[in-house]
Write a protein that binds this ligand. Structure first.
Ligand code: PSU
Ligand code: MN
Length: 303
């Protein structure tokens, strides 16, 4: 079999215990080494502290894995040859026996196929600025229009064109709710300035939306729960705007394109803010993961 569900995750699925899927691209390509491995472990622990079972997803030697052991987690974090796999890359990666980290799109697809209902990440991919020149839109968006998973995130990465991304999510029929806010979160910042149409205030309320969606039936699509990073952990907005403008200019000058754009900009921000953007990113991810565990528990209790 080209997909392997770890024993712990299999048992949790069988026993109906709450589970949270975690992606691995943020570990392999979104965070600097060696901090990334510590973060990978910490995120799994946060899920456990919230009473749920973590299922980090990645492809190892041509096997899609739902739930990684310590050695697999270390390999994803440490091996520089680990590729970045969107969902379209899964089939060739499995066929070639490749090893790669899964993005939001690949993780959501694999987690959904395995029967997981809740997934946490930092910020979704989306429509890039200068889309009119490059047509660069993350495959995350379209895939989320095809799987019935709940994704907890801090909005979309602020390196993107946020209004255009929200428009695409609307066109694609992906439900978006703000968690305790009527603004779509801004990844490193609590607000992107853009409104959201629906606000929820508790994990139980999210679980009710999930249940209503299930009962509706019909076409499957994701529920995006946008949780703002705490204001006292945000990146200074003026610093954010200045360094991001420099990063976008440098990416253009260096001709960075395709899958390399997002990791390049995240790394540029980390360096040029002397780690401040990394701390804001981590605060956002930690909060999202902890909330996802509570949502998974509430969803379980409601079914
Ligand atoms: N969230 C983070 N850091 C990341 C990502 C999300 O805080 O690195 C990753 C996710 O895996 C997402 C990917 O799917 O960035 C988007 O990449 P692209 O724009 O190439 O689709
Ligand atoms: Mn892209």
């Amino acid at each position: 079999m080209s997909t392997h569900v770890s024993e712990e995750v299999r048992e949790a699925l069988y026993e109906g215990r709450p589970l949270v899927a975690l992606e691995s691209t943020i570990i392999a390509h979104g965070l600097p080494r060696p901090r990334n491995l510590a973060v990978a472990r910490e995120l799994e622990q946060l899920v456990r502290d919230g009473g749920a079972v973590p299922a980090t997803v990645a492809v190892l030697d041509g096997t899609a894995r739902i739930g990684l052991d310590e050695a697999a987690l270390a390999r994803i974090a440490e091996d520089p040859a680990v590729r970045k796999l969107g969902h379209r890359d899964l089939a060739p990666a499995l066929a070639a026996g490749a090893t790669g980290a899964t993005t939001v799109s690949a993780t959501a697809r694999l987690a959904d196929s395995a029967g997981l209902r809740v997934f946490a990440t930092g910020g979704l991919g989306g429509v890039h600025r200068e889309w009119t020149l490059t047509q660069d839109e993350s495959a995350d968006l379209r895939l989320l229009a095809q799987v019935g998973i709940t994704v907890v995130c801090a909005g979309v990465k602020s390196i993107l064109d946020v209004p255009a991304t929200l428009q695409r999510l609307e066109t694609l029929g992906v439900t978006v709710v703000g968690y305790g806010t009527d603004r779509f979160p801004g990844f490193y910042l609590p607000s992107s300035g853009e409104p959201v149409d629906w606000t929820v205030h508790s994990p139980e309320e999210v679980a009710r939306v999930m249940r209503a969606r299930d009962e509706l039936g019909g076409p499957r699509s994701a529920l995006v729960v946008g949780r703002p990073v705490e204001t006292d952990r945000q990146l200074d907005p003026a610093l954010h705007d200045r360094v991001l403008a420099e990063g976008l200019a440098e990416a253009r000058d260096k001709g960075v394109t395709g899958q390399a754009v997002t990791p390049f900009l995240l790394a540029f921000l980390t360096t040029r803010t002397e780690g401040a953007s990394l701390e804001a990113n981590l605060a956002a991810v930690r909060g999202n993961v902890a909330l996802a565990a509570r949502i998974a528990a509430a969803d379980r209790a409601a079914r």
